[in-house]
Design a protein around this ligand. Sequence first.
Ligand SMILES: [Zn+2]
Length: 378
Amino acid sequence: MEYSSTPPEGERYVVNVERRGNTKYTYYNDGVIKITRFKKKKIYWGRIAVAVLLLFLLILGIVQIGKSISKSKKSNVTSKANTFIFDSEESASAETADKPAETPTAKAPSADDSSSKAEAAEPQTRELIVCIDPGHGDIDLGNADGDGNFEKDQVLEVALMVRDRLTEKGVTVVMTRESDTQISRTDRCTLANTSGADLCVSIHRGGGDSVYFYGTSGVIAWVNDHRPVYDTTLAQNILNALDEAGVSQDHGVYYGYDGAADSNYEINMSTVMPSCQIELGSMLCADDNQLFISNKEAYADAIANAVIKTGVDLGVIAEDGTRKLGEQLISEGKNSVTVNSQEQLQQQTREQQETQEQEQPQQTQEQTQQTQEQTTSY
Ligand SMILES: [Zn+2]
C-alpha cells in the first residue's frame, strides 16, 4: 500500500506497508522498518484433532475397563442366562404351572434387567453335593469303538461337562477323577461316601465283550438290585432327560448287574447315597457313537439338570437351592455293609441247604469279589 500524500517535513511517515504472512512490515521515509507480528487467532486444527483423538481414546479406554470388569462376571451372567432358559424349558415341560408365562427368549446377558431377572429365578447356590464318577481311566480303557476311541476318554469328557454345568448352578461337585488317571472302584466309593455326596452318578458307555443282554444299542441306567426308591428316582430322572436330548433307545432302569441280577456294580453297592450307573449308548453301535458325538453336550446338560431335579424331588434342597435336609442323603434300602451281609447270608443259607456244609462268610465274600472282577468290562 502506498501513501502518495506528502506529509510535513521532518516528520516520519510511512512509505510502504507490506504483509507477509503474520508479519506486517511498515517502511518509513527515514529507513526505519517497523515489524508488527499479528497475533493471528489461529485455529489449531491439528491440536484439536489430537485432543479429540485423545478424548476418544480416553472414552474407549473407560469402555474397555468397564468391559473387562464385567467380563470377570461374564461367565456367571451368561451361564445364568443359559441355565435359566434351560430350566424354564424343563420346568415348562416337566411341571405344570410353577413358573408363569415368563418368556426367557429375549435374553441379553449384558443387559442388567434380564440378568437380574435371571438371578431372581435361578438360584446362585444349590446346597447339594454330587459325586460324578467317570468310569475307568488310564490303563483301564473301558470299551472301545474300534476307531481309536475309548470309553475312559469319552466318559471323562462328558463328566467334566456335567461338573461344569453343576458348578455353574451352584452345586458342589466331587469328581472321582478329573484326568486320565486310575482310581480303584473302592476308592471311588470311599470318596463319594466321605465327601458327604447326596447323589452319585457313574458315567459309562456300554458295549463290552459281555454284550448288552437287553439289546445292542441305547441307554440304560443300572441301580442297586434291592431296587431302592431314591436311586431309582435318580436313574429315571436322568433317563427322562437323556430321552429329550436324543437317544437311539431308552431301555429304562435295570437293577443289579448285566447278566447277574443279584449282583451289583460296585458304585451301586458300596456307596451310601442314591446312585446309578449310566451307560450312554453302546460303543459297538455306530448310531449310538454318532449320537454320542453330536449330543454329548446335551447329555451333560441332561444329567446335570436331572441331578438337580432329583435333589429337589428327594427333598434335599428346595427349588430356591436352600438345603432342607440336615445331613448327607442316605439311600434307603441300600447300604454296602447291609447289602453285603444280606447277600452273604442268603448265599450262605442256600449253600447250607444244598450242601449241608458250613460256609464261611469270608469265603463267600471272596467269591463275590471274584464275580465282580470277572465282569468288570463295563
Ligand atoms: Zn464302563
